[in-house]
Design a protein around this ligand. Structure first.
Ligand code: PRP
Ligand code: URA
Length: 216
């Protein structure tokens, strides 16, 4: 069976609103961070819809026994923020996944070659079978950073079909690269933009997500 990358752009007014706030160059750092938190929250809500494993049981209401559905505590749930900018989406994701383990990975693009290199890797050597991984990275530009992380995850035994990327803006170049090597992957993004400029920035995009998040 051949698989094709699944890319979702949820049509929710709150996602559109906070994306527009983030895009606006006059948005100050404090509000930009709030916009990222909200985007992290609502995109995670969409991304976890058919991904969180549940288990069926029964509870006793004050009136009668009743069938009950809970999040399955046996299945490991992991969030991996790509530093730095992926941290901006983490609070929103964690609000919905309070029991998830967080493994930080630091990746930075070389400004000349646009190639990503890894400067921090807190991933365990092996992930248990069935682990669900939610990756947060607001910008998928060339796709090099997220591609590097996907390779690290697959090396550690993660099934690409159980990985969701939560992004804010994606360029077609990134979707092509990720789709070619990880067709079972799913991406949830607030927007797919036109492309990249000659410095590898997404156009229209929102600028440098890391700098705008941390005021650098
Ligand atoms: C930015 C962004 C993504 C990456 C996307 O990180 O946060 O991780 O670029 O670009 P790519 O798809 O072409 O790899 P950056 O390297 O600027 O580091 P930062 O998050 O620390 O600012
Ligand atoms: N990284 C960013 O922060 N913004 C872009 O547009 C591309 C890469």
């Amino acid at each position: 069976m051949s698989l094709t990358l699944r890319v979702y752009v949820p049509s929710h007014p709150l996602i559109k609103h906070w994306l527009s706030v983030a895009r606006d160059e006059s948005t100050p750092t404090v509000l930009f961070r709030s916009a990222m938190t909200e985007l992290g929250r609502w995109l995670t809500y969409e991304a976890t819809r058919d991904w969180l494993p549940t288990t069926e049981s029964e509870v006793q209401t004050p009136l009668a026994p009743c069938p009950a559905t809970f999040i399955d505590p046996e299945v490991p749930i992991v969030v991996v923020p790509i530093l730095r900018a992926g941290l901006a989406l983490l609070d929103g994701a964690q609000a919905l996944l309070p029991l998830a383990s967080i493994y930080h990975v630091g990746l930075v693009r070389n400004e000349e070659t646009l190639e990503a290199s890894c400067y921090l890797n807190k991933l365990p050597e092996q992930m248990p079978p069935g682990t669900r991984v939610l990756v947060t990275d607001p910008m998928l530009a060339t796709g090099g950073s997220s591609h590097s992380l996907l390779k690290l995850l697959v090396e550690r035994g993660v099934d690409p079909a159980l990985i969701r990327i939560v992004a804010v803006v994606a360029a077609p170049q990134a979707l092509q690269l990720l789709g070619a090597d990880f067709p079972a992957l799913s991406i949830f993004t607030a927007a797919i933009d036109e492309g990249l400029n000659d410095r590898g920035y997404i156009v229209p995009g929102l600028g440098d997500a890391g700098d705008r998040t941390f005021g650098t």
